[in-house]
Ligand binder design. Structure first.
Ligand code: ATP
Ligand code: MG
Length: 333
């Protein structure tokens, strides 16, 4: 992507895909998780049955990119446990290339439980300490795969789970930059995972390595210290990325493309569970950029995809396929 020609990555992708030399156009790196969604409202102790699903922000983004039509691959470490098996099946059934996923003998895949309370909303309880993904290390990154991708997507959650995973994310971003692979970065700041000062330093540095930065308003405010959405976007844009898309829930997205600001309104829905909306935006946005959309056109697609994910329970199941998004967009005129 360049300022004047947003279509260049996809032109390049077409050339490579016709020769079959690319592993994936949209390549994501991070920690996948198995999700247990409580049937009953209330505390974990009274949750009753759980529905098994999948989560992990960059894995969600990979599914969103694949369903938006991008050739997609995922990089991570999983355990050789049942949850690792289920994740592999889920990625493969979504057409995601898992050939570079490392399966750790004796390793454990991370888990989380989702409970809902009428006033407090969703609560997440994680079992991910010492997960296989937290042992990611820079040597796990297949540099040829990163170099052949059109876009590498990484997030702050991966940087927060362990220092070796943080090193891995930075190493992959550096390799992508060197190879001319676009870097897409979602800070996804989770206060429970790391102290704010460390998060701020890593997130701002990572934003300076990225071509596309995808913060939410709340974390953007926390990290930059600005309150106004425009000021938050401008702070990130000054670090160097060409595109900043500030995600503002049902207020849509404030997009900066080479310093030009545009507000993209949200697609109106009746939300039941916003889990994964930001991740879906990230994946759909990257996929559409790779297909040759301008950042504005990609954001207009991605706000619809993201809104649709809020209409169903769980992170992965409700992520829409391209045909659904296109049908809804054409029905909306
Ligand atoms: N209630 C909603 N109605 C319509 N669209 C929504 C709604 N919530 C989220 N979206 C869409 O999804 C995008 C991303 O959501 P949000 O701003 O919550 O991201 P986030 O905070 O990064 O989420 P996450 O919790 O996944 O990290 C929004 O910019 C918007 O386009
Ligand atoms: Mg987010």
């Amino acid at each position: 992507m360049t300022t004047s020609d947003a279509a260049s990555p996809s032109d390049d992708a077409e050339q490579h895909s016709s020769t079959g030399s690319r592993f994936a156009e949209f390549l994501a790196l991070g920690e996948p998780l198995a999700e247990f969604n409580a049937e009953n409202e209330g505390l974990l102790t009274g949750a009753g049955r759980f529905t098994l699903g999948f989560g992990g922000d960059t894995s969600n983004a990979a599914v969103a990119a694949a369903r938006a039509g991008a050739r997609t691959g995922y990089l991570t470490r999983i355990g050789d446990d049942a949850f690792g098996h289920l994740l592999l099946d889920m990625w493969r059934s979504n057409g995601i290339d898992t050939s570079a996923v490392i399966r750790e003998p004796g390793g454990e895949t991370g888990l989380y439980f989702v409970t809902r309370q009428p006033e407090a909303g969703h609560r997440f309880t994680y079992r991910r300490a010492a997960s296989a993904a937290s042992r990611l290390s820079p040597a796990d990154i297949p540099l040829d795969v990163v170099a052949r991708a059109g876009l590498l997507h990484v997030s702050g959650i991966t940087q927060a789970i362990s220092s070796s995973a943080c090193d891995t994310a930075l190493h992959a971003m550096g390799a992508a930059r060197q190879a001319g692979t676009l870097v897409s970065y979602d800070p996804n700041h989770r206060p429970a995972l790391w102290p704010l000062e460390r998060a701020r330093a890593v997130i701002l540095h990572s934003a300076s390595l990225a071509d596309i930065v995808l913060p939410s308003l709340e974390e953007g405010q926390l990290v930059t210290g600005e309150t106004d959405a425009e000021a938050v976007v401008e702070r990130f844009a000054r670090l160097g990325p060409q595109v900043v898309a500030l995600k503002m829930g049902d207020s849509g997205v404030l997009l900066s493309n080479a310093g030009h600001l545009t507000h993209v309104p949200a697609h109106t829905v009746r939300p039941v569970d916003a889990t994964g909306a930001g991740d879906t935006f990230d994946g759909a946005f990257g996929a559409r950029l790779l297909a040759g959309d301008t950042p504005l056109a990609a954001a207009e697609y991605a706000v619809v995809a993201a809104a649709l994910t809020t209409t169903g329970l769980g992170a992965v199941d409700p992520i829409p396929h391209r045909r659904t998004v296109e049908e809804i967009r054409s029905a909306a005129g």
